[in-house]
Design a protein around this ligand. Sequence first.
Ligand SMILES: Cc1cc2nc3c(=O)[nH]c(=O)nc-3n(C[C@H](O)[C@H](O)[C@H](O)COP(=O)(O)OP(=O)(O)OC[C@H]3O[C@@H](n4cnc5c(N)ncnc54)[C@H](O)[C@@H]3O)c2cc1C
Length: 381
Amino acid sequence: MYHCIVVGAGPAGSAAAARLAQAGVRVLLLEKHILPRYKACAGAVSGRALNWLNLDFLPVVEDVISRVKVQWAKGDPQPVEYVSASPIAYLVMRSSFDNLLAQQAAAAGAELHDGETVKSIQVTEDFVEVRSAQSVYQAKVIIGADGACGVVAKQTGLYVPRASGIALEIEAELPGDELRNWRSTVLVSYGIPQHGYAWLFPKAQTASIGMGTFMTRRRGFLAEFAEFTASLGVDVEQQDLKAHPIPLGGRDRRFCRPRVLLAGDAAGLTDPLSGEGIAHALHSGSLAANHALAALESGDFSMAAYQTAIEEEINSQLKAAGRLAAIFYAYPKFFSHLFTTRHEVLQWYFELVQGQREYRDVWDLVKKLLAARKVPSLNTH
Ligand SMILES: Cc1cc2nc3c(=O)[nH]c(=O)nc-3n(C[C@H](O)[C@H](O)[C@H](O)COP(=O)(O)OP(=O)(O)OC[C@H]3O[C@@H](n4cnc5c(N)ncnc54)[C@H](O)[C@@H]3O)c2cc1C
């Protein structure tokens, strides 16, 4: 019997498996794809994520972002620029980044089985039984880190239906040597789609071009995306288009039950303002491992403390992000005006991404800002 089975070798699962293996417990990490595997993602590893990465990932970094062009798609297409003295984000291809994390877990002693899909889970009073396409395993605890459509949440009654936005993405070659013009720079375009944004994030060989909406309304979404890619000289019909759900965080929900812990997208921990999820996946994966270790040591497998930890450390922040998103996407023109006229507002937004500000604090400032209908001094850290 394993001490813990982790399902899914994305950032959440590999972070959990690495932590468990480092603590010396017997851990099995099951991943349905053969690694390295493609994952639709802009691949921005934020400053917030760095706090939870304890490995050298520079070998897989494709670009370091210090400049953001912010565009208001419905009006003046002239973007405003935000330039930061310190990196805003590190861009990776998720195939290489996730593979690095999984190999780190394996090197620490986790038994990694890739190409093995988990089919069913049965939770008993004393253990968890996991059936994959190849075999049957037992463990004291299971961590579901199997992403937005995860089987663990679904089969243990923890899944929250219809709680997702959606994103489309292509990895495109840009015409001529356009890619070179985007070095160290990303494009973020607001206004279209509704309640979301579009982006171009440069990688070493291609550009990740995508569009995400954090609401369930999807009519016309593909046509809006085709228009955005066309504005960049890319015909979406020539591309391998991927769609993926964005499980929105900041909801009241269960993250665990006895012997079962969910982490990352499986727990619905994506930022409803920005769509960022890697940082919360790494953070929650590490928390899940700590709570599994505590349960193994104490013999108390209720996991109740994990619910509180996720709520306090992550979901409360995502609730504040959700409140900000509701206002930001309801009045995109107002915020785009602020972005153009008040540089501090952009600075303040990207300091959030860099992990230098907390959502709760920003929410308090936005409330004041809206009440006064003018921007307060935002230079107070
Ligand atoms: C288009 C797009 C762009 C994004 N861009 C960014 C970005 O730039 N920065 C950012 O921080 N976040 C971004 N996100 C969000 C981010 O991709 C996710 O939040 C993050 O991948 C969550 O990590 P995870 O480990 O929880 O899940 P995942 O990365 O989804 O990993 C889950 C793993 O579980 C495996 N799995 C699933 N089912 C099973 C099964 N039955 N058996 C075994 N294995 C299974 C999957 O194959 C997968 O490898 C983006 C999302 C989308 C859709």
